[in-house]
Design a protein around this ligand. Sequence first.
Ligand SMILES: [Zn+2]
Ligand SMILES: [Zn+2]
Length: 177
Amino acid sequence: MSATETDQPSGSSSVRSAAPRPGWDAYFMTLAGEVAKRSNCRRRKVGAIAVKNRTIISTGYNGTPFGVRNCDAGGCLRCASDAPPGQSYDTCICVHAEQNAIALAARHGTSTEGAVIYTTHKPCFGCAKEMIQAGVTEAVYAEDLGYEPHLESVYSLLIQEAGLRMRQFSPERDSGS
Ligand SMILES: [Zn+2]
Ligand SMILES: [Zn+2]
């Protein structure tokens, strides 16, 4: 995995980049951002990575389910409508990035028990429930979407009672260890 020391051609130390080596949080969050670029949702591009023992076990981005026309090709009527962000989710057929990371792990027989999920956006209520049920122990997110207060209080209670650790990614706090 850490081939950085050995994959340098000999005598190339003078061209070595001065950029600091990213910490684990930054490493996985950057990759989650790359995964998000594959999203076919016309609303928002979200990426998630499931990690166990610092190894990626699954990835997911948001979009319509397999076999269904892509969201950006008109596959999801809700996303194509003028429904305000965060509303009318009952009719949204897009699978969320975190749901996809969990479902695709299940599909391939990979346990998510004890996994950490790195996601570009704060998990929604549904994704938080699914993470808990899939044995995910920690969620690290980059962007906070700012839920309405009444939802936030139920959300916090759920997270707290279930013991799901949740924190916002902070580049400054990432020690690089
Ligand atoms: Zn969509
Ligand atoms: Zn979600």
